[in-house]
Design a protein around this ligand. Sequence first.
Ligand SMILES: CC(C)(COP(=O)(O)OP(=O)(O)OC[C@H]1O[C@@H](n2cnc3c(N)ncnc32)[C@H](O)[C@@H]1OP(=O)(O)O)[C@@H](O)C(=O)NCCC(=O)NCCS
Length: 208
Amino acid sequence: MPKLHRTTPHIGPDCEIVNVSFGGWVEVGKGARLLNVEMQDYSYCDRYADIANTTVGKFANIAAMTRIGPTDHPYQQPAQHHFLYRSSYYWDDVRDDAAFFAQRAGRRATLGADCWIGHGAIVKPEITVGIGAVVAAGAVVTKNVPPFIIVAGCPARPIKMRFDERIAERLLALAWWDWPHETLRARLSDFRTLPIEAFLERYETSAG
Ligand SMILES: CC(C)(COP(=O)(O)OP(=O)(O)OC[C@H]1O[C@@H](n2cnc3c(N)ncnc32)[C@H](O)[C@@H]1OP(=O)(O)O)[C@@H](O)C(=O)NCCC(=O)NCCS
């Protein structure tokens, strides 16, 4: 298992990493492909995750074989094949369609802090998965997911809430994901053992 680092990401073998910024304590699993991605502090993805045009929030948990931000072909045009935009692959006298690639790159997905994307799930471009939300294994997410909601299926639908609304609001106000590294360490055993109400009561009056 890797020992993670405050400044340098841990990147597994055979990854493709293009235009990616990394926060601290970040881990990228074997064979992952990341294109135009911001990986914020403590976020990680497991093996063969494929992430494009996405802001990955702090502490986001991305399982293996997931796809975040799969890009669309121009299905409204007479042909949807990539010769339309990867044209230089096929002819010497034409360039790729820069405007098409720029439009694609602009359709960013956002994964909220401490969300969990289950094995093999797909999250469409421009979708926001809320803070603390769960995307079940194999789900296809086509609509925004509110904070602390669990969604499953294809298309993904809410199946339950992690916590009731009041607890969710209190967690959003507490924003433990903004606590310093040393504070997380000091409070680790409470994260592990305290029931949610007791955890909130203990920390919502004290600053991080
Ligand atoms: C979403 C998840 C966390 C829910 O777990 P849970 O709270 O134990 O949920 P339950 O098993 O009680 O299921 C609740 C309902 O959701 C359905 N459901 C659960 N997971 C589902 C999934 N992946 N796809 C579709 N439906 C799912 C169940 O069939 C059940 O439906 P029902 O009420 O009609 O019977 C879990 O099923 C899951 O997908 N975990 C991801 C695991 C993973 O990918 N790990 C990779 C390593 S990080």
